[in-house]
Structures are given as structure tokens and as C-alpha cells.
Write a protein that binds this ligand. Structure first.
Ligand code: HEC
Ligand code: HEC
Ligand code: HEC
Ligand code: HEC
Ligand code: HEC
Ligand code: HEC
Length: 437
């Protein structure tokens, strides 16, 4: 009998180690490399170049913005190549004649210049004879100060945004790595628990076998030994039935109320658009003003969606070979508007005016539309329910300073209840007819 117990125990232990061992080893092996890739993109490299003549760099910054930004950026290709690292790529004695008159350098048969010209679709960079040698050196110094990225003091918004995006991607990666790690831990735990339960069941059965073999047990011991768990008693228990019933009813009620309240709600709606237009690239990384495209948002009731012509202001030059951009050309050739799918849509019974909120109320787009500048694809951020409008009107104080129109009203309000600020709703912003016509 003893040898039987011994054999069973070693077998169970062996099974346990065989199952749990590799799982534990795996979790050790996979976690660290994932974490190291997660931290890498987040750490911004220190500013390279930099230092030196601050006044010269500032002058270079201004010259670059005035003459070069429409075609060049430091870290990305726009019309011309990215200029980061130019002082390492080319000597200043090449750069100066190039900027003064690039066509002359190409015509002279300079190998690098000819290749550059051909690689950029034979686009001629304009000549800048008006720039002095010092001007050009200042521009190059400014470019050098920008190469480090987000840490440079004068870093442009573009670079900063790119850095922020990197940081976000990094934290996302870290989240994914942590997720994978807990998944493995969970699997290991489940396996360990299953093995434990099996082990305990086997041990309990063995004990029973051993005890049943003995003759010196009295009646009560035998009864305990043969006792079985009474499932039907549990099932008949009124307390348990009551608890299960109440929990079930509550869940049903909660789900019911939730689904009724969600009728007609489209929060989070994110349709696929006909062109993969990204607000992250345009409003985020390239910092294009919202009103450059949504031209009427500060002037009128609706914020219009830009026509294809506005896209062409840039895309007649930028990314002309991209299949997504070719869709814009096709729409223009066919004289058909791009069929964007509408995301936000109040029912016709409600009146909402953009200029009233963005100009008079001075509310940021992001308060209502969320972090649009980070969205690859736009989604409906706010609920757009009546309660959402009303809550904000109750909470937001009106900016009445320097507006004589409000003086008498504010005086009246303060006379009756000066403890409460003069909000949109104090001005009648919760009256039905303000929003319903
Ligand atoms: C209208 C667009 C345009 C403007 C404005 C422009 N460039 Fe260029 N640049 C180009 C193009 C295109 C090239 C690629 C060569 C070619 O096709 O001629 C280029 C190439 C260069 C190069 C060589 C890059 C390399 O990788 O070797 C430098 C340096 C340069 N530009 C500097 C400047 C500076 C400085 C200014 C502002 C004073 C400027 N560019 C303004 C279009 C432009
Ligand atoms: C380069 C042009 C451009 C810029 C800049 C731009 N948008 Fe847009 N926006 C569009 C286009 C095109 C659409 C329609 C396609 C889509 O929904 O993605 C759109 C759609 C939207 C929508 C959804 C409209 C709907 O259908 O309900 C909102 C909200 C919006 N933009 C807000 C903003 C805000 C806020 C900014 C500034 C942070 C901004 N946009 C900057 C071009 C632009
Ligand atoms: C003020 C300039 C500007 C305007 C206006 C503009 N874009 Fe862009 N667009 C850019 C820049 C810059 C990029 C980034 C190019 C890159 O990645 O090198 C870009 C990239 C894109 C891309 C990604 C292309 C690819 O293949 O990576 C699409 C799609 C696009 N734009 C569509 C549009 C549409 C549609 C409009 C009009 C509603 C528009 N853009 C208006 C500047 C502009
Ligand atoms: C007080 C909240 C609020 C603010 C602030 C706001 N919007 Fe809107 N926006 C809305 C609502 C509500 C709609 C839906 C309007 C409708 O369906 O009539 C909307 C719709 C849009 C649309 C779709 C076209 C339209 O007019 O229906 C665009 C584009 C848009 N907003 C852009 C912007 C931009 C850009 C800004 C910032 C300059 C901005 N919004 C600020 C609430 C807001
Ligand atoms: C983030 C806060 C906010 C949200 C959300 C908001 N509003 Fe407003 N609303 C304001 C402010 C602030 C004003 C006051 C502007 C001013 O100074 O006249 C205002 C004014 C108004 C007015 C004019 C009121 C008057 O007294 O003339 C109307 C109409 C209105 N909002 C409708 C809406 C509707 C409809 C919605 C929902 C779809 C909405 N608002 C959502 C902040 C908000
Ligand atoms: C600040 C603006 C605002 C005010 C003030 C306001 N509403 Fe609304 N109301 C809305 C908006 C926006 C909707 C649409 C919401 C939706 O689709 O979920 C709405 C929807 C409704 C609906 C639902 C219609 C339907 O078919 O679903 C009724 C009914 C309604 N409002 C009645 C009123 C009454 C009565 C008052 C005055 C006590 C009032 N509202 C004041 C903005 C307002």
C-alpha cells in the first residue's frame, strides 16, 4: 500500500512540474525583451548639434520659415527631402551655391546634384540669390539645432507632436507587453490550480481507501467516511434561491434600462471614410488649423467639410503618387464631390450653432469633439444628447466682461442670487425654444 501511495505521489508531482515548468520559464523569457522595446521609442535622444550662436540660430529659424517651409521640413520629406543631417551629408561649400542657384549646380554636372534632382521627380528648387553666405550658414545651424527632436529649445510644433505620438505608441506597447505578461501568469495560475485540485482529489481517495481497509473504526467514523455532499439540499435552500433570483432580476433591469437609454445614441460612431484622411497627420503632426479646412466653423451655424480644391492646395505637390491622394484627383476629374460619411448628426428638431459656441462661448473644438488631432479616423466623442447640452449650459459661466449688453442682466442676477455664477442657463440657455424650433 505504502509503495502505491509513493508511486502516485511522485507521478502527480512529476505531472505538476512538467506542466508548470515550461509555462514559468516561458513567462520569464518573453517579458524582458518586450519591455525593452517598449521603452526604446519613448526616450528622446539628446539634442545634437545645437549650442553655438543662439542669435544666428534664431535668424536661421526666421529665414527657414520665410523661404523653405513650404517645401522642406527637418525630419520628413515634404516637396524636397528632409534636411536633417544636411551638414553631415554635404559640405557648406556645396550647400551655399546649391541654395543660391541649384539649377546651375545641376547643369555643372555635379553627380550628387544630378542624382538628387532625378530622385525628386526633376522638380526645380527655386534660386535664392538674395540670401547671403551668413544667412545660409544660419539656416544650416538652425537645422542642426532641430535634429535632436523634441528636446531642442526652439523645436517646432511638428517635431514636438511627433515626439508625443512616439510616447503614446510607446505606452501602448508597454500596455500590450504588460497585457501579454498577465495573460501568461493567468494561464500558469489556472494550470497550477487544476493540478492542485487533481492532486487533492487523488490524495482524498487514497486516504479513503486506506481508512476503509481498517477494522477499528466506530459507527460515526464510518458514517463520516461514507458521507456524500448533499447537492439537492443546496438546490432546495430558499435563501440561495432568493439571492439568485434577486441578482438575476437586477441584471435584467440594468441591461434593460441601458438598452432603452441607448436608443438613438450614436456615441463612438466611427464610419470608414472613402479616403483614408487622417486628422492625426493634418491637424496633429502638421498642425494645420481646423478652420483652414472647416472654413465656416467660426462664422456660421455649421462647420463645413472641405471641398477637394482645399486638399489640392497641398496635394498638387505632396504625396502625388499615393493611391489615397489619387482618389482626390479622380473626384476632381469626374467633377464629383468626395462622398465623406457624416459622423455627427443632431436630429432636425434641435438647433446648434458652431459660431455661437466657438467664438462667442470661446469653447475649444476638443471640449465637444475630443482629441481630434490624435484621431486617424474621426469618431463621435460626445453623446450629443439633450442632457449633454443642458449640463454644460448649467455649469458654464457666461463671459460677460466688457459686454454692455449683459450689464443689466448680471446686475439683476446678482441681486437675486449672487452666490451662483451667471451661467448660460441663467441667460435662458435651458429654455426649450432656444434649441427647439
Ligand atoms: C518650391 C520648393 C522648394 C523650396 C521653397 C526650397 N526647396 Fe530645397 N529642395 C527642393 C527640392 C525639390 C529639392 C530636391 C532637389 C531637386 O529636385 O532639385 C531640394 C533640395 C534641397 C537641398 C539638398 C538636400 C539634400 O538632401 O541633399 C537643400 C540643402 C535644400 N533644398 C535647402 C533649401 C533651403 C535652405 C531652402 C530655403 C531657403 C529651400 N531649400 C527651399 C525644393 C524646394
Ligand atoms: C486638412 C483638412 C482638415 C483639417 C486641418 C481638419 N479637418 Fe476635420 N475634417 C476634414 C475632412 C476631409 C473631414 C471629413 C472626413 C472625416 O470625417 O474624416 C473632417 C471631419 C471632421 C469632423 C467630423 C465631421 C462629421 O462628419 O461629423 C470633425 C468633428 C472635425 N473634422 C473636426 C476637426 C477639428 C476639431 C480640427 C482641428 C483640430 C480639424 N477637424 C481639422 C478635414 C480637416
Ligand atoms: C496644408 C496642407 C494640406 C492640406 C490642405 C491637405 N493635406 Fe493631406 N497631407 C498633408 C501632409 C503634409 C501630409 C503628410 C505627407 C507625408 O506623410 O509625407 C498629408 C498626407 C495625406 C494623406 C496620407 C497619404 C499617404 O499615402 O500617406 C492623405 C490620404 C491626405 N493627406 C488626404 C488629404 C485630403 C483628403 C485633404 C483635403 C480634405 C488633404 N489631405 C488636405 C498636407 C495637406
Ligand atoms: C459645444 C460643442 C461643440 C464645439 C465647441 C464644436 N463643435 Fe463641432 N459639432 C458639435 C455638434 C453638436 C455637431 C453636430 C451638429 C449637427 O448635426 O447639426 C458638430 C458637428 C461638427 C462638424 C460636422 C459638420 C456640421 O456642422 O454638422 C464638424 C466638421 C465640426 N463639428 C467641427 C468643429 C470644429 C473644427 C470645431 C472647433 C473650431 C468644433 N466643431 C467645435 C458640437 C461642437
Ligand atoms: C461645452 C459646453 C457646451 C455644450 C456641450 C453645449 N453648449 Fe450651447 N452654449 C455654451 C455656451 C458657453 C453658450 C453661451 C455662448 C454665449 O456667450 O452666448 C452656449 C449657448 C447656446 C445657445 C444660445 C443660448 C442663448 O441664450 O442665446 C444655444 C441655442 C445652444 N448653446 C445650443 C446648444 C445645443 C443644442 C447643444 C447640444 C447639442 C449645446 N448647446 C451644447 C456651451 C455649451
Ligand atoms: C440646450 C439645448 C436644448 C434645450 C434647452 C432643450 N433641448 Fe430638447 N433636445 C435637445 C437636443 C440636442 C435633442 C436631441 C437629443 C437626441 O437626439 O438624443 C433634444 C431632444 C428633445 C426631445 C426628444 C425628441 C425625440 O424625438 O427624441 C424632446 C421631447 C425635447 N428635446 C424636449 C425639450 C423640452 C420640453 C425642453 C424644455 C424644457 C427642451 N427640450 C430643451 C436640446 C435641447
Amino acid at each position: 500500500m505504502n509503495s502505491f501511495i509513493f508511486r502516485t505521489t511522485t507521478w502527480v508531482l512529476g505531472l505538476f512540474l512538467a506542466l508548470a515548468g515550461p509555462a514559468l520559464a516561458q513567462s520569464d523569457a518573453t517579458a524582458p525583451p518586450k519591455q525593452s522595446t517598449a521603452t526604446a521609442p519613448g526616450t528622446a535622444p539628446a539634442a545634437a548639434g545645437g549650442g553655438g550662436d543662439q542669435a544666428g540660430i534664431a535668424a536661421g529659424d526666421a529665414l527657414f520659415k520665410a523661404n523653405c517651409t513650404q517645401c522642406h521640413a527637418v525630419n520628413e520629406k515634404v516637396v524636397g527631402p528632409a534636411l536633417g543631417g544636411i551638414s553631415k551629408r554635404r559640405s557648406i561649400s556645396w550647400i551655399i551655391p546649391w541654395i543660391h542657384n541649384s539649377a546651375k549646380v545641376i547643369a555643372s554636372g555635379d553627380d550628387y546634384a544630378v542624382k538628387l534632382y532625378n530622385d525628386n521627380g526633376k522638380q526645380q528648387m527655386p534660386a535664392f540669390p538674395q540670401l547671403s553666405d551668413t544667412d545660409i550658414k544660419n539656416i544650416v545651424a538652425w537645422i542642426g539645432s532641430q535634429e535632436g527632436g523634441a528636446t531642442a529649445a526652439t523645436a517646432g510644433a511638428t517635431v514636438q507632436n511627433a515626439g508625443a505620438a512616439d510616447g503614446q505608441a510607446a505606452s501602448g506597447d508597454a500596455g500590450a507587453a504588460a497585457g501579454g505578461y498577465t495573460d501568461i501568469l493567468l494561464i500558469v495560475l489556472v494550470v497550477v490550480l487544476i493540478v492542485l485540485v487533481v492532486t487533492l482529489a487523488i490524495i482524498a481517495n487514497l486516504m479513503k481507501d486506506v481508512l476503509q481497509g481498517r477494522k477499528d473504526l466506530d459507527g460515526r467514523d464510518v458514517e463520516t467516511l461514507n458521507q456524500r455532499f448533499d447537492w439537492s439540499g443546496l438546490y432546495r435552500s430558499p435563501v440561495l434561491r432568493g439571492i439568485v433570483g434577486v441578482v438575476f432580476a437586477l441584471v435584467l433591469l440594468y441591461e434593460g434600462v441601458q438598452s432603452v437609454m441607448a436608443v438613438g445614441l450614436t456615441q463612438g460612431y466611427q464610419p470608414t471614410q472613402p479616403i483614408a484622411f487622417s486628422h492625426k497627420i493634418h491637424a496633429g503632426e502638421n498642425n494645420i488649423n481646423c478652420a483652414y479646412c472647416h472654413t465656416s466653423v467660426y462664422k456660421g451655424k455649421s462647420a463645413n467639410i472641405p471641398s477637394a480644391n482645399i486638399c489640392m492646395n497641398c496635394h498638387s505637390q505632396i504625396k502625388t503618387e499615393s493611391p489615397e491622394i489619387k482618389k482626390i484627383y479622380r473626384a476632381i476629374e469626374r467633377k464629383q464631390p468626395i462622398q465623406w460619411v457624416r459622423v455627427h448628426n443632431l436630429p432636425d428638431l434641435a438647433y446648434f450653432n458652431h459660431s455661437q459656441h466657438t467664438v462667442v462661448g470661446n469653447i475649444q473644438c476638443q471640449t465637444c469633439h475630443g482629441p481630434i488631432q490624435n484621431m486617424e479616423v474621426v469618431y463621435q466623442y460626445s453623446a450629443l444628447t439633450m442632457g449633454w447640452c443642458i449640463n454644460c449650459h448649467r455649469e458654464t459661466p457666461l463671459n460677460t466682461k466688457g459686454n454692455a449688453y449683459y450689464d443689466a442682466l448680471v446686475k439683476l442676477h446678482d441681486k437675486s442670487n449672487s452666490a451662483v455664477p451667471f451661467t448660460v442657463s441663467s441667460n435662458g440657455g435651458t429654455e426649450c425654444a432656444k434649441c427647439h424650433y
